[in-house]
Design a protein around this ligand. Sequence first.
Ligand SMILES: Nc1ncnc2c1ncn2[C@@H]1O[C@H](COP(=O)(O)OP(=O)(O)O)[C@@H](O)[C@H]1O
Ligand SMILES: [Mg+2]
Length: 238
Amino acid sequence: MRFGGATIVDDVSFTVPAGLFVSIIGPNGAGKTSLFNLLSGLYSPSAGSVWLRGDDITGMPPFARVRHGLGRSFQLTTVFTGLSTLENTRLAAQASHPGNYAFWRGAGHNRAARERAAWALETVGLAGKERVVAGSLSHGDKRKLDLAILLCSEPEVLLLDEPTAGVSAEEVPVMLEVIRRIRQVEGKTVLMVEHKMDVVHDLSDRVAVLANGALVAYDTPAAVMADPFVRSAYLGVT
Ligand SMILES: Nc1ncnc2c1ncn2[C@@H]1O[C@H](COP(=O)(O)OP(=O)(O)O)[C@@H](O)[C@H]1O
Ligand SMILES: [Mg+2]
């Protein structure tokens, strides 16, 4: 991916087998979010291709990728602050798979979307807060709502960009438990950008290390943490 004279994602080639949990680490500005933008279709690569579930999706717009099973959360929350948590999730369910839901009957009668929304809220630990207006949620609960909205698009592959960023210390374990559940119970494929190394070590099957846009390591957490180059260049361990 080139912008002007700069190559911000540089020849990054890797495959994520279905059902695996992959963390992406690297210093600020390494290209992690840009990589997600390439995967989700917000950026169009200067060269190279993106494949999802056996198909070349390089030319596919973002909404079509969502319907093809790709879901992403954003570092910034994307909720409608004036709507309740249930309304936010129900809209997400309807928007992602309009064909699944008889939208012409009106949102109030849309049982399938409503059930999906209630299930998503329950999954992230927001059961009981269905009627709470999103804007009045705590920051941690907003991040949970982001995840619930993501789940409503019924993704097979989830891109999570720093899901615990800005979440209070007490809320981080709750958030991680939610992510662990999505992975273990739901069996989803997850790519997660995360800075907290204990979290990365705990959750990941594989760790990808980006530095200056390049993929410098892609291996099991133990192998990556033991890699002398990674230890000196990124982890700051000598
Ligand atoms: N749309 C863009 N135009 C120009 N430069 C960009 C654009 N998006 C990202 N970059 C640059 O790419 C580099 C990587 O950014 P980013 O992917 O956000 O890094 P990370 O998420 O690893 O912190 C940064 O130097 C950033 O300024
Ligand atoms: Mg980033």
